[in-house]
Design a protein around this ligand. Sequence first.
Ligand code: GDP
Ligand code: MG
Length: 440
Amino acid sequence: LSEKLQNVFKNLRSKGRLTEADVKTALKEVKMALLEADVNFKVVKQFINSVTERAIGQDVMTSLTPGQMVIKIVNEEMISLMGSETTQIDLKPANEITVILMAGLQGAGKTTTTAKIAGKLKQKGRKPLLVACDIYRPAAIEQLEINGKKQDVPVFSMGDKNNPVNIAKAAIEHAKTNGFNVVILDTAGRLHVDEDMMQELENIKAAVDVHQTLLVVDAMTGQDAVNVAKTFNERIGIDGVILTKMDGDTRGGAALSIKAVTGKPILYVGMGEKLSDLEQFYPDRMASRILGMGDVLTLIEKAEAQIDEEKAKELNRKLKKAEFGYDDFLDSMSQIKKMGNIGDLLGMIPGVNSAALKNVSLDDSEAQMKRTEAIILSMTPQERANPDLMNPSRKKRIAAGAGVDISEVNKLVKMFDQMKKMMKQFSGQMSGKAAKRGRF
Ligand code: GDP
Ligand code: MG
């Protein structure tokens, strides 16, 4: 999924200006990529609709090119699809017993995850007790005991001759008398969703006060995982999902769909077989991972170091009246600093020919910025407001004032003139509409 989306975005970014048709084409590709990644069909449809609505509607940011804007919207919508916020396991106060029921199909990773969660809870200062309620799978009890030992967390079991309801009840009594405050029930799965399993889970929930029902699903099964989650939620009610084997899932389809389909959040993701391989689920990080972003993300961040809209308008007005002076230059310097370099800044103006920007490069190092600032501050207010006043003797005085070589003043003046000229051209080229939006 990640690779596919990267390609779509590469195409988007190479365009200076996007038409509605460009956006539609790009989103069609995003849609295909999502479907191929096994994202639930209804979720894809709803996702594409909301992205389209925002991309073509009013949601325009001053400092973004349309291509970046689409990427930003896709990113935001993915985050909101996955629930936006990180959700923690809900625990009762430490002086009460929190019962957690682990459910899921056979092989999903319940037993492993049970031990992983116990480790996390221990770190939080809780006293967990693991309970072996899987009486069917051969060696299930032993597996839990081995994992419990590794985490240094006790395991309660009554062998495989008792029924899970009785085991659960006895475990809670045991917890009460032995000072445990979290009881985690590791139940039996089945190969497929079946009546036996659901009935058993219902029986447990009817007999003991289960505070959190956590469903464990295997990310590698893609949309099946989502369907399983939907069925479990409808039948026994779940509070959250743990998505295992994310280390082997390159598509991300299940992660994207689960919240949208079930309304229940993903709490943790399993990232490997080791008991330490359990991570809190962060919708924003997952979105970046799915978008394969690294560079896409920096791009967004850069663009979001937004140009102050009012200042941009003012600048635009001044440019038109040829009033742009060194003070304005200084004003925009902090923004330029945020953008990385002046080329990037100007590159965000629609219609700008990026080849022309090659001549206007500004060393953006802190030291250089400081010297530039010093030079401008050594000018008189008149010189700053009216750059045409500049002449050799003034330059010499300014250089002395700023403590720099005169060649640096020359360089700045030259760059300023070039930039002003170019901005004026852009300003002239620009449609009234774009100017109204506050772009230079
Ligand atoms: P259960 O039947 O639901 O209790 O599943 P188990 O806990 O026995 O896990 C089944 C298999 O999946 C085991 O081999 C685990 O080591 C493996 N497993 C569980 N979680 C993960 C995970 O996050 N990543 C990987 N790669 N393997 C996992
Ligand atoms: Mg198991």
